[in-house]
Design a protein around this ligand. Structure first.
Ligand code: AMP
Ligand code: MG
Length: 345
């Protein structure tokens, strides 16, 4: 049985938080909201507890987990060789949607780090997450609360539908405000490297610590290279429908998509287009509006991909977005969900 707690982030029910914290203290699993996506948590220092996360998600065991904390002091227990740049990032962006990779101390089990000598750490800003972490007083490993390979949940209802009875507790909070997973920044080398783009961008980071590189694995199809962030080598964010990105000038994109939609309807394939609000009247089929601007697209993308399955579409075409700022994070997730299929026009 899963204990379900509905918690309003503006009026936190401490008794419910205590019950869920107790579940975590017993070495069991609890899903909780964060500002990025919902996380599936367990005690990061307890190998058996962490094994339950992998089992609930069906996640490959070499894909490491992010350890969530509520106080910067906890970093010293988990990691060593903490550089000046790491301190600047923590002071400037925490609590918030950035995860840092540091060399790990032995207290962090290999099961948590996916067999690596490094550990990923983040301090979330979501009030419910903070209340839970403060109450439990343990570092909590928490990957996104989806079955491995599926889009990450950003709404309580999606978590409940997918994970009820697979975990010991679920805290249903509001919708996740950023909607894409955290930026992952490797701080173990002289020049920090972004392993996963998120809403804190390369430009935001360079403004405070100077040069930041993007991991090479982000630029090319991942199967061909040995990805440094192990999670990047797996199929990800995939609805059951086939997803294609259509790239080019918007008039050409709309013409191409409408031509493809015609062919699909002859084959009785149910088709939808994911697009910006301003373009929704260009298409001769169902549209899933992702938002007015890139911030809204980021917040809505995963719930849009989940709704694709709820509405049983066979094929989804999506517009392409600018590969700059938060657009980089959006395109990173979209390319994966499309299995890198891009139609150029
Ligand atoms: P998730 O928790 O589902 O958002 O996935 C966490 C991701 O963070 C993993 O898939 C990796 O890509 C990355 N990550 C976590 N720990 C490490 C680490 N020690 N080194 C490199 N990447 C990591
Ligand atoms: Mg994930």
């Amino acid at each position: 049985m899963t204990l379900i707690s509905k918690i309003d982030e503006n009026n936190i029910d401490k008794e419910e938080i205590k019950k869920q914290a107790e579940i975590l203290r017993k070495g069991k699993t609890v899903i909780f909201p964060t500002e990025t996506v919902y996380g599936l948590g367990a005690n990061a220092l307890d190998e058996d507890a962490v094994s339950k996360i992998y089992k609930a998600k069906g996640r490959p065991s070499d894909n490491p987990l992010i350890v969530h904390i509520y106080d910067k002091k906890q970093v010293n227990n988990l990691a060593k060789d903490i550089s000046e740049k790491a301190n600047i990032i923590m002071d400037k962006f925490w609590p918030g949607p950035i995860t840092i990779i540091l060399n790990k101390k032995n207290i962090v089990p290999m099961r948590t780090s996916g067999g690596l000598d490094t550990v990923a750490i983040r301090m979330p800003s979501n009030k419910v997450a903070k209340a839970l972490l403060e109450e439990v007083k343990l570092p909590i490993a928490a990957p996104s609360a989806n079955i491995s390979g599926r889009p990450s949940p950003t709404k309580g209802i999606h978590v409940y539908n997918e994970m009820n009875n697979r975990v010991d507790g679920i805290i249903i909070g509001g919708d996740c405000s950023f909607g894409l997973e955290s930026t992952v920044l490797d701080l173990t080398s002289d020049i920090p490297t972004i392993l996963r783009p998120g809403s804190i961008t390369k430009e935001d980071l360079e403004a405070v610590i100077g040069q930041v590189n993007m991991d090479k694995a982000l630029e090319r199809k991942e199967d061909n290279i040995k990805a440094k962030a192990p999670g990047m080598k797996y199929k990800h964010y995939s609805p059951n429908a086939e997803v294609f990105i259509v790239s080019g000038k918007i008039d050409d994109v709309a013409n191409k998509i409408n031509e493809l939609v015609n062919n699909n309807s002859k084959k009785r394939l149910k088709t939808a287009v994911m697009c910006l609000e301003e373009n929704k009247n260009r298409y001769n089929c169902d549209t899933i509006v992702l938002g007015k601007d890139l911030q809204e697209v980021a917040a809505n993308l995963f719930s849009a991909l989940i709704s694709v399955d709820e509405k049983k579409y066979d094929v989804v075409y999506t517009e392409e977005f600018s590969n700059y700022g938060v657009g980089r994070a959006i395109m990173n997730r979209l390319l994966k969900s499309a299995g890198y299929k891009v139609i150029k026009c």
